[in-house]
Design a protein. Structure first.
Length: 267
């Protein structure tokens, strides 16, 4: 299969298929879904850490050579900073949208209208944020495939692992914002198309500048590390009872182990 076809297929799987799977997950009885979702987040955390530290970063250092290791480190730090700033901007925009909703009059009617406006704003923010996030995922997948097909497959697996629980939450927000389930599903799937667009742009852009590929891989590793450490792990700490903690550690280890096994099989 041509490389571009691999990239487009895996970008679609990472962005669109994960949204469809998330909706299927939501149709599981609510109590069972509530028990399963934290476990899926734990596994996704391990998969992201494994993909970043066992696949993407070693490949970036190997391609850059020993003399380029310092530059790879700087790229990793810069990438973490970029993702931090992006998250800050999204949070600021979210807070501003929530505070600027209409609140005409006083009493229950005005409060209800204000809450409805905030819910609608949250829904729009989810759609915009998901589109940007999925486009970046597409770039990460394309960069990995341009380095090595097996690395691309490992990266796709890590993207899909963290996208599924992310999409479950986004679907719930869209429904809460007043959208019907079919419309929420359609819009959630549509945002997944951004991953294909991002992958195509990265494929044609990076092919013209293969010298920057190691640094693109390091940036991808930074993105995965940031999502895992700043986005997923704090949520896992909300439950600190011994049984849950043991399950979290075991599932994180399973996620890391799966990536390590995949790397060993393709070497």
């Amino acid at each position: 299969m041509p490389l571009l076809a691999w990239i487009m297929l895996c970008a679609a799987l990472g962005g669109i298929a994960s949204a469809a799977f998330a909706v299927v997950f939501l149709w599981i009885p609510e109590q069972r879904a509530a028990r399963l979702l934290p476990h899926l987040v734990s596994f996704a955390t391990g998969a992201l850490l494994g993909a970043a530290l066992l696949a993407l970063l070693p490949e970036a250092i190997e391609r850059a050579g020993l003399g380029g290791a310092h530059a790879i480190g700087l790229t990793l730090v810069a990438g973490l900073g970029v993702f931090f700033v992006i998250e800050k901007l999204v949070l600021w925009w979210h807070t501003r949208a929530g505070n600027d909703g209409p609140d005409h009059g006083h009493g229950g009617h005005g409060h209800a209208a204000h809450e409805h406006a905030r819910d609608r704003a949250s829904g729009m923010l989810v759609l915009v944020g998901d589109s940007i996030h999925n486009a970046l995922d597409g770039v990460l997948i394309a960069a990995a495939f341009l380095s090595d097909v097996q690395l691309g497959l490992v990266t796709t697996a890590a993207v899909a692992a963290h996208e599924i629980p992310h999409r479950v939450g986004d679907f719930a927000i869209l429904v809460h914002a007043g959208l019907s389930r079919p419309r929420a599903l359609l819009l959630n799937l549509a945002t997944g198309c951004a991953s294909v667009i991002g992958a195509a742009a990265a494929y044609f852009g990076l092919r013209q500048a293969l010298g920057v590929l190691p640094f693109a891989l390091a940036f991808a590793a930074a993105g995965f590390l940031y999502i895992a450490v700043a986005g997923l792990i704090p949520g896992l700490h909300r439950r600190a009872d011994p049984r849950t903690s043991v399950a979290q550690v075991a599932l994180i280890a399973c996620g890391i182990g799966l990536i390590a096994l995949a790397e060993r099989l393709v070497d």
